[in-house]
Design a protein around this ligand. Structure first.
Ligand SMILES: *Cc1c(COP(=O)(O)O)cnc(C)c1O
Length: 220
């Protein structure tokens, strides 16, 4: 399997013209597919599993910006801390504390998004509004992380009204994030939208979409 160059090129160009960042989600896909997309100019790639990310990072060009989009276990933060560009799925203060600790060890500041739960499905990770506010109230002491915004997933549903409403909820929470005077909160990124719903997500205010199967083909 390899990528459909023309379709990829079209999506990259379309999103660029709308000023929406594209994270190419390459989980389970081979390094050769990532390199093919890299050769089209794509630099942001997203992975869900720590070991897979570390393996791929070591085999691919150093100017790739690696996004961790999966559920990060605290004890694994140390493996990606030296190089990760943005961690999308932060859903607890304890995890944020551990990322801060590992960032400090690596003498860097790690950008993070807080994951908010808006979907109907029980299985999806993420914070509710109260938990989100609680983390935001305590984040100032963690000098080696920077909160760049929010990440979320809508329900897997054909119900457009439902999906749009979930994206709107995320957008509203994102707009309320601003905390003047706290230097490590800089809400610039709203990460929402995947292959099946990215156009709707953009219409509802997404600044960054995470697209996998549309670029790389369906996953086994
Ligand atoms: C797999 C995954 C994606 C990409 O999904 P597609 O439907 O293949 O575009 C986006 N975000 C997260 C969090 C994922 O796990």
């Amino acid at each position: 399997m390899s990528i459909n160059v023309q379709a990829c090129q079209q999506l990259i160009t379309a999103l660029r013209s709308q000023n929406v960042s594209l994270v190419a989600v390459s989980k389970i896909k081979p390094v050769s597919d990532i390199k093919a997309l890299y050769d089209l100019g794509q630099r942001d790639f997203g992975e869900n599993y720590v070991q897979e990310l570390v393996d791929k990072q070591s085999q691919l060009p150093g100017d790739i910006r690696w996004h961790f989009i999966g559920h990060l276990q605290s004890n694994k933060a140390k493996y990606i801390a030296p190089f990760v560009h943005l961690i999308h799925g932060v859903d607890s203060f304890n995890l944020l504390k551990e990322i801060n600790k590992q960032a400090l060890k690596n003498n860097r500041v790690i950008d993070c998004l807080l994951q908010v739960h808006v979907a109907q499905e029980e299985t999806k990770f993420g914070l509710d509004e109260t938990e989100l506010n609680d983390i935001m109230a305590h984040v100032a002491v963690l000098k080696n992380v920077q909160i760049k915004g929010l990440m979320g997933m809508a329900s897997f549903s054909n119900d457009e009204v439902l999906v749009r409403n979930e994206f709107r909820q995320l957008k509203k929470l994102f707009e309320q994030l601003g905390q003047p005077g706290i230097t490590n909160i800089k809400p610039e990124i709203l990460s929402m939208g995947m292959s099946g719903d990215y156009t709707m997500a953009i219409e509802e205010g997404s600044t960054m979409v995470r697209v996998g199967s549309l670029l790389f083909g369906a996953r086994a």
